[in-house]
Design a binder for this molecule. Structure first.
Ligand SMILES: *Cc1c(COP(=O)(O)O)cnc(C)c1O
Length: 452
């Protein structure tokens, strides 16, 4: 009998397959055994299975399977992957909005175990108020607020306000402020889901105080003023201000969106909680993870009686935040400037400097790159239309995919980098990158540019 070329190839293949190490043998590798303690057995076995499959597909040699399995190990037991945001959009909703400050990360890590979230260590009894520290920090930052509350997000704050103050009643709102807050979630739907009715006034571009005035009746729960945080209406426009609305005899709830607690010098058109309350708003609601730079949260500030009505409503229990959020939010407010605030105020010269240094390092490794002047944006977090002068490292466009998903990513040693492609080049905008991450950014670019 004569063996064909195919037979020989198959025999060779199965000989190679037999040399692929078995799972038990691989689990005994000290690196993988150690990973089992850190990540748990199923995730390590999954990494091993992927490496074995690569050997079966002849992508790697059987001798490389152990190393490949180690490289396949996830960085943590969760699948969320840290990413470097080089998009130039400071608060990027798809990339987790605000990155936390080290102070906030430290506080939430410390709170992760058992902690005194509802326990008074002096008396040894249940604490009077859950999350007291963050409420004190909020009132300290906004002295005009008689009371404060924290719920899951700004949408939750609005649902709670509508439920507690306007179920079976009317919320008076301008047609120019019936916004979609993202991913098909629309504010009007959110509000009416509570059983409140909307009393729309004015037109898309113009609403006057008398429009509101005529709509206010004994059916009114409150007037809602919403900051158009993700679009701008320009041209023939007018709207009623908080001081004007505050004179109409019903509570004014102001959804300021971004979470600025006091005015920001670079964002004069962005509303803030202190100003709004001073101007007569009864309640302010805002997000914790936009311009405030903290964890996802909904912040409620304002008159004591109204805040209490919201927080005593049964629904409040379903919207409450956990100890991790309480810890991170308090540290964001009480601690040093968070990354979002730093990214907003960093000087264009400092950004150009950093870009020059990154480009010089890349040039030393024969990676072609240039510094280009760009315009960064605040993002979904607020200030629509505002651009911030910035600098980017411009790279060949074909590096976009390997930087996002290529060798730099594998093994979790280096973070994926997300930039933006413009006019055939990949721009990595440094305004949205923490300066402490420049070294990792360079390492990721070098890994992505290296021949496979
Ligand atoms: C972002 C935003 C919301 C939604 O806030 P979440 O914290 O994402 O729930 C509501 N209103 C305005 C004006 C916003 O900008």
């Amino acid at each position: 009998m004569v063996a064909t070329v195919d037979d020989l190839a198959q025999a060779g293949q199965s000989a190679t397959r037999r040399r692929i190490p078995r799972t038990d043998a691989l689990l005994a590798d000290p690196r993988l055994a150690q990973a089992t303690d850190r990540l748990g057995r199923p995730l390590v076995k999954a990494a091993i299975a992927r490496a074995q499959q690569r050997a079966r597909d002849a992508e790697i040699a059987p001798e490389q399977v152990a190393d490949a399995a180690v490289a396949e190990l996830p960085a943590t037991a969760a699948s969320l992957t840290p990413v470097l945001n080089a998009t130039g959009v400071i608060v990027h909703t798809n990339l987790g909005r605000a990155p936390l400050s080290q102070a906030a990360i430290g506080a939430l890590t410390a709170a992760a175990g058992t902690c005194d979230v509802e326990f008074d260590l002096d008396t040894g009894t249940r604490a009077r108020q859950r999350g007291r520290g963050v409420l004190d920090a909020l009132r300290g930052a906004v002295p005009g607020a008689q009371a404060a509350g924290v719920v899951n997000n700004n949408a939750a704050a609005l649902v709670l306000a509508a439920t507690a103050l306007a179920t079976g009643k009317e919320i008076v709102i301008s047609r120019g402020e019936l916004i979609e807050i993202g991913d098909r979630f629309r504010l009007p739907d959110l509000l009416t889901s509570t059983g409140a009715r909307l009393r729309e006034v004015g037109t898309t571009n113009r609403t006057t105080v008398s429009d509101y005035q005529q709509a206010v009746t004994e059916q009114t729960g409150f007037i809602l003023k919403v900051h158009p945080s993700n679009y701008r209406i320009e041209g023939f426009t007018s709207g009623a201000t908080v001081p004007e609305l505050a004179g109409l005899g019903v509570p004014v709830v102001h959804d300021i969106g971004s979470g600025l607690l006091s005015p920001h010098p670079l964002l004069p058109d962005e509303p803030d909680a202190a100003t709004s309350l001073r101007q007569g708003a009864s309640l302010v609601t805002a997000s914790g993870d936009k311009l405030l730079g903290g964890p996802q949260a909904g912040i409620i500030l304002g008159e004591e009686t109204l805040v209490r009505r919201l927080l005593r409503h049964p629904l409040a229990r379903a919207l409450r935040v956990d100890k991790l959020t309480l810890a991170a939010l308090e540290a964001t407010i009480a601690g040093p400037q968070p990354p979002v605030a730093r990214a907003l105020s960093v000087s264009p010269a400092a950004l150009a400097d950093r870009a020059e240094r990154v480009v010089a390092t890349l040039a030393a490794h024969a990676v072609p790159a240039d510094v280009v002047a760009t315009e960064a944006a605040v993002g979904g977090g607020g200030a629509p239309g505002v651009t911030l002068p910035s600098s980017a490292v411009a790279l060949p466009e074909d590096l976009a995919i390997p930087l996002r998903a290529g060798p730099a990513v594998r093994g979790g040693q280096l973070p994926p980098v997300v930039g933006r492609v413009e006019k055939g080049r990949l721009l990595l905008d440094l305004r949205s990158v923490d300066p402490a991450d420049d070294t990792r950014l360079i390492a990721a670019i070098l890994a992505a540019a290296a021949p496979a």
